[in-house]
Structures are given as C-alpha cells and as structure tokens.
Design a protein around this ligand. Structure first.
Ligand SMILES: NC(=O)c1ccc[n+]([C@@H]2O[C@H](COP(=O)([O-])OP(=O)(O)OC[C@H]3O[C@@H](n4cnc5c(N)ncnc54)[C@H](OP(=O)(O)O)[C@@H]3O)[C@@H](O)[C@H]2O)c1
Length: 257
C-alpha cells in the first residue's frame, strides 16, 4: 500500500546503504541492481559478512565499495558519509538507512545499558546519519533518503516497547525530515514493515501478516516510482495499525501482540 503519491523517481543509478549487511537492504540492492543501479556503497561495521555482501553484489554487475560506519559513533559520521558524497562520480541517488537492532526485550528491561544501546543505534545514530545524508542530498538538489522504520513504532507493545519506542522516535524524525526537504529536490520515504522473516527474527514467534525481505524490496521500488512518502509492507498493515492505534489501552493490553 502506497500513500502520499508525489512526483516519482526512476530506480537509482547509485545507492548508499547504511547497514550494509541488512537482509532487507541487500534484497533491495539486488532488486535495484536488476533494474538500473550500477554503483553501490555498503556502509557498515567492518566484517566478513560486509565483504561477502559486497562480493555478491559485484557478482550481479554493480561497482561496489565498502565504508566503515558505526551508528553508535556519531562523531565519525560526518567524515565517513562526507567521503562517500565527495567521491565525485556523480550524485548519490538513494540512501537506504537500514541499520538497526531488535534487542531482547526481556533481557534489556533489566539491563538499562543494553536498552540505551538500542535507543542510541536505532534513534540517535539515525538522527545523526539521517541529518548528514539529508543535507548532502539537499546540496545535490536530488536524491531519496529511504528510512526503514517499523510498525512496532506505531503503538508501543508490552512485548517490545524498547525497540518500538526507538522506532517511534525514528519514524517521527523521518516524517519531519521529509517535510523539511519538501521542495528541495531531495525527499524522504518512510518504510514501515511488519514482521519480516530474516535471521534476526528467526527465533521469534511469527506475527500475522509476516513478510519477506524481497517483498519489502519490491515495495520500496514501487514506492520510489510512485513518489510515496510512506510505504507499509504488506500494505494491509496500514488499515490494521490504524485500528490498533485507536483501541483503548485496557483492550490493547490484553491482545496477544
Ligand atoms: N526484520 C524485521 O522483522 C523488521 C521489521 C521492521 C523493520 N525492520 C528494520 O529494518 C532494518 C533492517 O533490518 P533487517 O531485518 O534487515 O535486519 P538485519 O539483517 O539484522 O540488519 C541489521 C543491520 O543493522 C546493522 N547494525 C546494527 N548495529 C549497527 C551499528 N552500531 N552500526 C552500524 N550498523 C549496525 C547490522 O550490521 P552488523 O552486520 O554490523 O551487525 C546490519 O547491517 C532495521 O532497522 C530493522 O529495525 C526489520
């Protein structure tokens, strides 16, 4: 389901992924490379998985570079991201902000330091990287900043309110940033997937309307084409969440969510 259609954009020629090993991001990269994307930067914490992801995308025909990026190290973001944007081979058409941690609600409730790391990764890190990328896209007068939010941010649940609250903050930030960029040639698209079957969620009880990284990738590509400001995956979640958001708390609290 796509909302807020405006002037759409063709699939990007160049793509910067923040969270370069994210399963959802890599499914998106594969899909976009099959369309038109030729240049990819994978920004992430250095690891064998990051190198393997770069090799895989190179095998699909893209020119791929890796960039050391830690969401928790905000002081480094300006230099790291500045380097990508300054590389001088044309504009960065799309930034996909995909880093994030789910955490372990039960454990993190009794470990505030761990809970803070979730908030700092998902929210604070995204505020820092998001503002820097938005400013660079604005300078180019062109480009999309696609931000992976979550339905978990729509209404706090007993079962994952630490993660959910970090995504609520991220989502509000992304919406406001989208308004700030309106009319500049740069834009923000907020993506709100429900439960996505990935390694990160493999140990969890699957939720209704569960989806796949490939389905999120398809929705991202369609959202870009349509110029959507908000994309739900699957689209039916928009209606479901609209109903859940308005349930009285006494009722919501008793739901098995
Ligand atoms: N899976 C779902 O059900 C679901 C649903 C809705 C929204 N989302 C959101 O979608 C995004 C991608 O999720 P995914 O399912 O693709 O999960 P994933 O495969 O676990 O990817 C998470 C990414 O975040 C990166 N990351 C974590 N901490 C970082 C840090 N401090 N600095 C830099 N990168 C860091 C990881 O890098 P490392 O390789 O270094 O760990 C990895 O690239 C996340 O924001 C997630 O919250 C996921």
């Amino acid at each position: 389901m796509l909302l807020d259609a405006g002037p759409g954009t063709a699939p990007p020629r160049s793509l910067l992924i923040l969270g370069g090993t994210s399963e959802i991001a890599l499914a998106t990269a594969r899909r976009l490379i099959a369309r038109r994307t030729r240049r990819v930067w994978l920004a992430g914490r250095p690891s064998a998985a990051l190198d393997a992801a770069a090799d895989e995308l190179r095998g699909l025909g893209a020119q791929v570079g890796t960039v050391g990026f830690d969401a928790l190290n905000c002081a480094s973001h300006r230099a790291v991201l500045g380097e990508v944007f300054a590389e001088g081979e044309g504009p960065v058409d799309m930034v996909l902000l995909a880093f994030g941690v789910l955490g372990d609600q039960a454990r993190d409730e009794s470990d505030p330091a761990a809970a803070v790391r979730i908030a700092q990764t998902n929210y604070t890190g995204a505020v820092s990287a998001g503002l820097l990328c938005a400013s660079a896209l604005q300078e180019q007068r062109h480009g999309s900043l696609v931000i992976l939010s979550s339905v978990a941010g729509e209404r706090a649940r007993r079962s994952d309110f630490i993660y959910g609250s970090s995504k609520a903050g991220l989502d509000a930030f992304a919406q406001g940033l989208g308004d700030a960029l309106h009319g500049t040639g740069a834009r923000v698209m907020v993506v709100r997937p429900g439960f996505v079957r990935t390694a990160a969620t493999a140990e969890r009880r699957e939720e209704p309307l569960a989806t796949t990284p490939e389905a999120v990738a398809t929705a991202i590509e369609a959202g870009l084409r349509r110029g959507a400001a908000t994309v739900w995956v699957p689209g039916s979640l928009r209606v479901v969440m609209s109903a859940l958001r308005h349930l009285p708390r006494t009722v919501f609290r008793r739901l098995p969510v």
